[in-house]
Unconditional design. Sequence first.
Length: 202
Amino acid sequence: MKPGSFFLIFFWGNLLILMSCNSNNKNTSVEKNVLENKIDSSAKLDKSITSFDSCGYYLRLSQELDSVLLKSTQFDEMLAIKANNTFVKCAFECHHDSISALYLLKAAQLSQSLNKLDLSEKYLTKILSDYPTTKFKPAAKFLLAQYYADMKLLNQPSKAKKLFNEIIKEYPKSVWAENAAAALQWVGKSDEEILRELKKKK
């Protein structure tokens, strides 16, 4: 992963969920956007695989790529693109399964590392809208808030504050609420301002 700035680096350690292992319309704008941004899927379904088996097929591919990413010591752009598209395809093929939200979350982080913040935002927003009861919802909301808070990424501080406050309200005794409360103090501040304030606290 290649975090965008100090803000994201500061909180990155609290979101180590990606590299571990309610729409019925598969041809959604999110998947269309992947192709428009020229992150073409190299994971094409074998013609002998039935639609019933396609979820399992892409889930196996996703798990294999996830394992490779975990073992990688350097950022490999082609591997990231392949994994990103496989994860998205898995999410759409398995859209009735809870695993869908997890792989959209993984795709969101990979898209950020590929400087495709528009895709990352779409994947995270889709999790929040289509999977409101998923256990990955607070992680998706926190990551989206980070991207909005970071001046070098989406840079929308008002949206970041709204999401951080929602996390604090919805998950008051969780680590997500604790991290959101800590993150709020840095929203709207540059890397230089954050570093200066941290030095003062030492």
